[in-house]
Structure formats: C-alpha cells, structure tokens
Design a binder for this molecule. Structure first.
Ligand SMILES: [Zn+2]
Length: 432
C-alpha cells in the first residue's frame, strides 16, 4: 500500500537539507520518493492514500540512543524493577516502548534489561505482532560481581566469563554488547563512578569477542581512566563520558578525545529531559564546568549522539524531544541537533536504512506542527508517527473506513476530508 505524505517542509535529516512544499511517497515499509509534491505525486499509484500535513514539517523519526525499558522512570525505578516478575515487566516494557513511539521516537537503543526480555519485545514489534518503535538491544550489560547494574544479570568474573557472556548474548539475539567500564550511580554495591570496573585487557577481550560475533560495544564510562581504556579497546560508543578523575574532580584528556574524533567513537551523554533542573541543582560553578567539558569535546570533534537514560528516576520515555534542548544550551544549532537525533544517531548505531528520508530507506518518519528548526519544542506531540510504514500516530481509523468502502478508490477527482490542519483522502490522478 502506498501513502503520499505532503507537508510544508520535508527535512531529510541531514543538516541543511530541506524540501519546501515537499512530499514523501511510502510503499509499504519503504520510502520510494522524496521531493517537490508535484513531482512525487506523479509517481504515486491510483490507490495511494494521501496524508496532507499542511503547516507541518516531516522529518525522520527520532532516535533515543540510551534507554532502559525495564525501568519505570518513577522515584523508585530499581525497587519496582526488582519487585516485578518477568511477565509484568515485559508488559510494562511494551507500554513504555509504545509511549516513546507516540512521542516521535521511532528507534530506541536499550542498554540494559534482564533475561533477554527486550529481545522478545523487539522481535514482536519487528514481526508486526505489536505496534512500537524499532529497538536496538544489548540485553544484560557485562559488569563484575556486585558491580554497576549487576541486577540485570550480566555479572562476569574474569576472562572466561566475559567470553561466555558475550556468546550467550549473541546467541539470544543481542544487537550489541554493553559493558560497564566504570562504576555508576544507581547501584549501592558498585565502585565509585570514577573507578574502573575492568582492566584494559578485559575490555580488549570484550571488544574482540563482540566484534567476532558481528556486534559493536557500548561502554558505560564516567571515569577518564575507563573512557581511555574503552577507547583504546575500540568500543563504538562511550555512554555518559563524564571525564571524572580518580578520587574526584575532572580530568579531560585531549589525546583520548582526539582518538574518539579520529575513530568516530561517539559520546552518548545520556542526559534526562529535566537537564535544566539537574544543572540548577549542581550550582552555577559545577554546571559551568560540565557545559565547558561538553564544549571542549565538541571543539575537538568528538561526535555526539543524544540519549536520555529513560527509565531512570524522572527520565520519562516521552521526554526525548525535551532532552534535546540541552544541546541548544551547549551551543549546537537546531539544524545540527536534528541531524544528531536522526542521521548521526542512525549511523552511530550501525543502522543503514533509518535516520534519513531518502529513497530505499525504511519509512520511519514523523510530522510536527510548524518548523522545529525555529523551535525544538515543535518536536513534541507529533501529528504523524510512522515506523516501518506502520502508522503509530495518524488518521488511520479514517483510512480503514474509506478503504473498506472501496468505491472511493479510483474515482476521478480529489477526495479528502479535513481534520484540523491535516487532511486525509485519496490521491487525485486528474492533475497529473
Ligand atoms: Zn543507562
């Protein structure tokens, strides 16, 4: 089935690329054409369904690069997680994934859950049994006994365990391996955030094993020592990338940042939607320190991708667009931020057919009122969300009625109904 989506502006996802009075033609799960609406509508079949998004901007679906579907973003996410059995947890994960999709996030990278639940969810969505976002999933992250996030079940003690755990994750269908290179905040028994949890040799081994199974590695690393070791081992992304010195304070290392830039190792800061309150709590001096550290990374060319650590306290699955405001605060242009959250994120995650609106790409796209290039808040509450050509938000109910009535399809002349500023109908072939 073909859908012709027209809008005031189409953003391809790449900074600086837009089509005014544009259209996107989708055939089942694929984008087949993008361009000026007259040119694109000529390529549409007689039966194509028209979605007119007047006053809207169509852009690739957003990609949240760091979430935990197993956690509920409440004030006690860990306790609720521990209190849930797998069935309850999986059902809750479905709801969170769908909420994220409705908010315009068409791809989630999940960096830690238990018992491979997220793989079942990912596959059910992929096979069409459930509506939801595309999911890229790590499964249980590798961590030492009682280490950071050990409650996900990925404890490893020594080299043999590391190998076995990676083989197990690969066999269960992991899309990547997550390793907790440093301590973290939410685990009482974890070493301090700045402390390394693995040796350089162990990180090398993990990357080697993962890569030989065809999987990239994401390293959680707050400490500079852990960041440097993970970069040296050749991981694909550094989560948080906080540059904490041993024992306290910060230690930014130009050589490590430059290696990240050279090798395209992305930093995923994983800041929550309430980043502004978070900075305020730290006080002006520390906040400025943090802001300067990100600017320093940017100046050295470290590529960055946005994530929110959704599931942690207060980081709701619908808060991704809000979280993007941080990057504007840090000095990124809105055009750059949209690119980071779409095209750049897809590339960093190794997804070759999402994050851009172009022929041959998967039909993962959204439509928002107005133009997000003049105000990022426009990304909130999309009027259209499509994942693999499936409508998550839109006017599909009306389409079903029209299509089953049958007689409308193939009629000469344009037939459409108007719903607010958007309308649906059947493409007219009279004009072409
Ligand atoms: Zn996380």
């Amino acid at each position: 089935m073909q859908r012709l989506i027209t809008a005031e502006t189409i953003l391809t996802g790449r900074a600086g690329q837009s089509v005014p009075k544009g259209a996107v033609l989708v055939d089942d799960d694929r984008i087949v054409a993008i361009g000026h609406r007259d040119d694109v509508s000529r390529q549409a079949s007689n039966e194509a369904v028209l979605h007119e998004y007047a006053g809207h901007t169509v852009l690739p679906g957003l990609i949240n690069c760091h979430v935990h579907l197993a956690l509920d973003a409440s004030s006690e996410p860990l306790q609720h997680y521990l209190d849930s059995d797998d069935t309850d947890l999986l059902l809750a994960m479905v709801g969170r994934a769908q909420a994220a999709a409705r908010s315009g996030v068409t791809t989630l990278r999940d960096l830690g859950d238990r018992n491979g639940l997220v793989f079942h969810l990912r596959d059910a969505i992929e096979h069409g049994a459930l509506a939801g976002p595309r999911i890229v999933a790590a499964g249980a992250p590798l961590t030492p006994p009682s280490g950071h996030c050990h409650f996900f079940g990925g404890e490893v003690d020594g080299e043999d365990d590391i190998r076995a755990r990676i083989h197990d994750s690969a066999a269960r269908g992991a899309d990547l391996i997550k390793i907790m290179a440093s301590g973290g905040q939410i685990t009482p028994t974890s070493p301090p955030m700045w402390a390394s949890q693995f040796t350089g040799e162990q990180l090398h081994l993990a990357v080697l094993e993962a890569n030989s199974a065809g999987l990239p590695v994401a390293a959680h690393a707050h400490g500079t020592e852990a960041i440097a070791a993970a970069v040296d081992a050749g991981v694909s992304t550094i989560e948080h990338c906080t540059w904490m010195a041993n024992g306290g304070g910060y230690d930014t290392r130009d050589d490590v940042a430059k290696t990240m830039a050279e090798h395209g190792i992305h930093a995923c800061l994983a800041w929550p939607p309430h980043w502004r309150a978070f900075l305020e709590r730290l006080g002006p001096e520390r906040a400025e320190h943090i802001v300067n550290r990100v600017r320093w990374m940017r100046d050295l060319g470290v590529p960055m991708i946005p994530g929110t650590d959704a599931g942690l306290r207060g980081s709701h699955f619908t808060g991704f667009a809000e979280a993007l405001g941080l990057y504007e605060h840090l000095g990124f242009s809105r055009d750059e931020i949209i690119e980071m959250a779409t095209t750049t994120a897809a590339k960093a995650l190794g997804l070759s057919d999402v994050g851009t609106i172009a022929p041959g790409y998967s039909a993962d796209l959204i439509a928002v009122k107005g133009d997000p290039r003049s105000n990022l808040d426009r990304l909130n509450g999309p009027g259209l969300v499509m994942v693999r050509g499936m409508l998550i938000v839109g006017f599909d109910g009306h389409f079903q009625h029209w299509e089953t009535s049958g007689s409308v399809v193939g009629h000469a002349g344009s037939v459409s109904i108007t719903l607010g500023s958007s309308s649906v109908g059947v493409v007219s072939r009279e004009r072409s």
